[in-house]
Design a protein around this ligand. Structure first.
Ligand code: NDP
Length: 309
């Protein structure tokens, strides 16, 4: 058996096509496009790429996407002042502060920033009020990655109600909100983490397995019940040829690209899992593009809610 590949890239394209006329309609009615402010502090190569992709996606659907940069030397007070300005901005409906923040801002910088963002502009769904609303099952802005996964499962016709779901990872941005969204849809949910004993055996119970650990290839065939749906959230860069060869055989196009570039992006799920799973998201081209599509959805939603008040 070879798993059906769940094409997140293609779905993200369809979502973009759906959202673009809605953005144009918003702009026509309100005399301005939805505005998304992305705050980038300091220098981080990966963040530069993520932010560039988000800005481009925003432009493509017709938003006003603004990049607000602060230098590596900026203080937490500078960052909080910027957030306060954006909270008060009439033209910005969404505020996203790109993670990770520079270490120099202090260990509690991220939570201080999330505490400061106006909940109605919190398009990442990270503020404590919005997290609380999600826990209580009330309407709110929901973190983009788990929201994109739910959209994918729904549109691919993968049933959730009554199924066993297992999530590896308990982060605030992926694991926990993923568990809540699946629970709300009547799955029986197990959350695993680095201290979970017999991880493979626990995962093998799942009809839907979501891997969000940042550990390349952690999920092997031994973790997967035959026919299960496997969602790979992980984004890991491999730079060692010996490791790359454990992923793809000589002659595989992915390995040929590794030889050209010296690196490749892989998930938490080993490709051999396709022999056992019923459906599988690829990396790249699975969950990543959906995360950005959901950021667009959340920004439009925030803009509509603000315009209605
Ligand atoms: P975190 O580092 O915040 O959390 C990782 C989680 O995985 C933790 O709960 C940790 O357990 C658990 N974990 C780590 N190692 C193991 C292990 N060996 N066995 C079981 N559990 C383990 O990561 P994030 O949630 O932020 O991100 C996870 C991955 O998803 C990363 O690769 C990230 O790059 C990617 N990502 C991708 C996105 C996308 O759009 N595609 C968006 C967001 C993230 P413990 O709590 O015990 O430490």
């Amino acid at each position: 058996m070879s798993a059906r590949i769940l094409d997140g890239q293609a779905l993200a394209g369809r979502l973009r096509e759906e959202i673009t006329p809605q953005v144009a309609e918003f702009a026509r009615r309100h005399g301005r496009p939805p505005g998304l402010a992305i705050v980038l502090v300091g220098q981080n190569a990966a963040s530069e790429i993520y932010v560039r992709n988000k800005l481009k996606a925003g432009r493509d659907v017709g938003f006003r996407p603004d990049l607000e940069r602060l230098p590596e030397t900026a203080s937490l007070a500078d960052l909080l002042a910027l957030v306060a300005r954006l909270n008060g901005s009439a033209v910005h409906d969404g505020i996203l502060v790109q993670s990770p923040l520079p270490k120099g801002l202090g260990g509690d910088a991220a939570s201080r920033v999330f505490d400061a963002i106006a909940p109605e502009k919190d398009v990442d769904g990270f503020t404590p009020g919005n997290v609380g609303r999600l826990v209580q099952g009330r309407p709110t802005l929901v973190p983009c990655t788990p929201l994109g996964i739910i959209e994918l499962l729904t549109r691919e016709g993968i049933p959730v109600a009554g199924r066993r779901a297992c999530i590896i990872g308990r982060s605030e941005i992926v694991g926990k909100p993923m568990a809540l969204l699946l629970l709300q849809r009547d799955a029986t949910v197990t959350i695993c983490h680095s201290k979970t004993p017999d991880l493979a055996a626990v995962c093998r119970e799942a009809d839907i397995l979501v891997a969000a650990t940042g550990r390349a290839g952690l999920v092997t065939k031994a973790f997967v019940k035959p026919g299960a749906t496997v969602v790979d959230v992980g984004m890991n860069t491999i730079t060692d040829l010996a490791v790359a060869m454990q992923w793809f055989p000589e002659g595989h196009p992915r390995l040929a690209r590794f030889h050209e570039r010296g690196s490749m992006l892989v998930g938490d799920v080993h490709p051999d899992v396709a022999d056992v799973a019923g459906a599988l998201t690829p990396v790249p081209g699975g969950v990543g593009p959906l995360t950005i599509a959901m950021l667009m959805m959340n920004t439009l939603r925030a803009a509509r809610a603000r315009a209605a008040t």
